[in-house]
Design a protein. Structure first.
Length: 243
């Protein structure tokens, strides 16, 4: 089986479509695993929900998904995120809200635990420091764990009492072997590692091989939609910088 792994689509239809097109051109995929935050920030929440539901696959909930359906306090978000969530809530129909509300916080699929933030705090924790990574290796029982939330792609390995983060080389198939790993595919709809291109991974289950890919997409088109819909300028601008 070939799996398209992605995270943090954030209502960015152009980025999501570019990934689907690119993944198709690289041999296709059988299903999608989404690591949360389908909505929030971007201009096309309903369209992104509709599109992902056309594919076989599995999704977990992210903090923006739950906030958009009233399951989390908006006070926990910064003013830009909060404004985008309020706008998102106003756009979603009943069926789309029910879909987001019913997403699980954690899934175990094959050798992976799948969460949005971290295995010990699936909603809020940003797994970005060696300390937090090392602690989190004790919070899942599968061989590997997939996380999103920080919008930064990495592979993380445990090392003695701590953990080491590695860059995820592009377009190079990596054999995962039998190591314990925490992997982040990076963000689809709002990359934050200084590279504005969108991110995804392909996992081939037969040989346990994973590859990381980045694609350009029509950023000005997404930005124009955001501006037309009155979403905060700060969120519009940051798409071009990937920060
Ligand atoms: Zn996110």
């Amino acid at each position: 089986m070939r799996v398209l792994i992605l995270s943090d689509i954030h209502s960015n239809l152009e980025a999501f479509q570019s990934i689907l097109y690119d993944a198709d051109s690289k041999g296709g995929f059988d299903e999608i695993w989404s690591l949360g935050d389908l909505v929030g920030y971007g201009p096309d929440p309903s369209e992104c929900i509709k599109l992902i539901r056309q594919y076989k696959g599995k999704s977990v909930a992210g903090n923006h998904d739950l906030a958009a359906v009233g399951e989390l306090e908006l006070e926990a978000f910064n003013p830009y995120a909060k404004a985008a969530i309020e706008w998102t809530t106003s756009r979603l129909n009943k069926d789309e809200k029910a879909f987001l509300k019913n997403l699980p916080l954690t899934l175990e699929v094959e050798d992976f635990t799948v969460v949005h933030g971290s295995p010990r705090d699936p909603i809020w924790e940003y797994l970005v420091t060696p300390q937090s990574a090392a602690a989190n290796f004790n919070h899942f029982s599968t061989l590997r764990c997939l996380v999103g939330h920080s919008h930064i792609p990495f592979i993380c390995r445990p090392k003695h009492e701590t953990a080491v983060f590695h860059d995820f080389p592009l377009d190079e198939p990596l054999n995962l072997g039998s190591e314990r790993l925490i992997i982040n595919p990076g963000g689809v709809g709002q990359p934050r590692d200084g590279d504005p291109r969108t991110n995804y991974m392909i996992y081939q289950s037969k040989d346990a091989i994973i590859s990381h890919h980045r694609v350009e997409y029509d950023i000005p088109k997404t930005q124009k939609k955001m501006a037309d819909r009155g979403l905060p300028k700060y969120l519009v601008d940051r798409l071009a910088h990937g920060r």
